[in-house]
Design a protein around this ligand. Structure first.
Ligand SMILES: [Zn+2]
Length: 391
């Protein structure tokens, strides 16, 4: 990832087409064949390496915290190189899930390895003999504000949605921005714009996240179950007036006008719970489903589910709701579902419905030790209890 980041910097500085083509091929292979749903990469401990295409085991996943940070560093540079929102989408996926799981809520314990399933014996540590991950987290987290906006001449790109204020320098002068939002729990974002000169003509490019799409592109590694467009379609308002069918440029909604101090942009992104399936070539995820809401990937832990997570499955019609629990894990949106219990002797022997609860993956391993899984059986006849190691 550091090599690719350096290549992207060189390509941006020199315009070397051979580097750009190589980077584009590497990106497609990484994101469409070798990335976990959490944005983590590196499926094998041997050589801390990528595996073969679609080799994405969950319990033996390596997914080093540093590799996720490297994914963010590389995707940030690819975004600057191509001005395409798909790289910011990947940055966001990795930052909220693969990276954030690497540090506990108190900021004092770290994962080196980030599996997507555990039997309860994997826990964050205060430090490691090879201490790359803790120090990399300490470097990365305070740098996040620097990834929120990007500029190109008179184009202002909004890449991340996060409450706060920032200032960017456009060709027309400096512009201050104030974002109000509860993202990632809520998709309402209000941005107030204040050009230093009082007014200025420029583009505001709002990233419309890939997770807002009714369905994913055919070649995507992770496919959310399609939803009707009206359940997912974001809406945009400028000074309270709806902007219908904005000009879309590489995943960004382009808003061009003479912006005056106090102008507001409101983006409202619906956040339904999405049931996500992996490409059928990912053996470990066959017959399984993962839950995602906005950019946040969820997991099931024994701590919320009577100590075990291997006695139920999530059929396609399982009712689900989300609810904000400020008392839990520092304040998280949870997903409550009606799961179907099953007998371990006969996976098709359906017993009854039970209430189960999923929490954001980044917040796992904060309570009593127990099992955890991101990918849950959806079809117990197809999902293997334990997929063969390394597949
Ligand atoms: Zn590391």
């Amino acid at each position: 990832m550091y090599l690719y980041s350096g290549m992207a910097d060189v390509a941006a500085a020199t315009g070397d087409e051979a580097y750009v083509k190589a980077l584009d091929r590497l990106w497609v292979n990484t994101v469409q064949r070798k990335m976990y749903i959490t944005g983590a990469i590196g499926s094998t401990r041997h050589g801390e390496a990528f595996g073969a295409n679609y080799q994405l085991p969950n319990d033996t996943a390596y997914g080093e915290t540093c590799a996720s940070i490297g994914m963010c560093l590389w995707n940030h540079r690819m975004n600057l190189l191509h001005a395409d929102a798909k790289y910011a989408d990947t940055f966001e996926r990795t930052a909220y899930n693969g990276v954030l799981a690497g540090v506990d809520l108190g900021g004092e314990k770290f994962f080196y390895v980030n599996p997507l399933a555990s039997d309860g014996n994997h826990h964050r540590q205060a430090f490691f003999g090879c201490a790359c991950c803790p120090t990399n987290v300490v470097r990365f987290i305070p740098s996040v504000p620097g990834y929120v906006y990007a500029v190109d001449g008179d184009r202002l790109y909004v890449n991340l949605y996060a409450a706060g204020q920032g200032k960017v320098k456009l060709a027309v002068g400096a512009v201050a921005l104030y974002q109000k939002t509860r993202y990632p729990w809520d998709g309402n974002v209000k941005i107030t714009i204040k050009p230093d000169a009082g007014a200025g003509e420029f583009d505001i490019m709002l990233r419309i996240p890939a997770w807002c799409a009714a369905e994913a592109p055919k070649d995507a590694l992770y496919q959310p179950a399609p939803l009707p467009a009206d359940q997912v379609k974001p809406t945009i308002k400028v000074n309270g007036q709806a902007v219908e069918n904005p000009d879309m440029v590489k995943g960004y909604a382009r808003l061009h006008r003479t912006w005056k101090a106090g102008d507001t942009v409101e983006l409202n992104m619906p956040m339904p719970i999405r049931r996500v399936h992996a490409h059928p070539s990912v053996a470990a995820d066959i017959g399984r489903v993962a839950l995602q809401r906005g950019p946040v990937v969820y997991c099931f832990e024994g701590a919320d589910n009577g100590g075990t997570i291997d006695n139920f499955y999530l059929p396609a019609d399982a009712p689900m709701t989300s609810e904000f629990r400020k008392d839990l894990l520092g304040g998280v949106m949870v997903i409550k579902a009606k799961a179907t219990t099953l007998s371990s002797a006969d996976p098709r022997n359906t017993l009854s419905l039970i209430d189960v609860l999923a929490v954001p993956y980044y917040a796992w391993d904060h309570r009593q030790a127990g099992p955890m899984a991101v990918w849950m059986p959806e079809d117990p006849a197809k999902a293997q209890a334990k997929p063969p190691a390394g597949k």
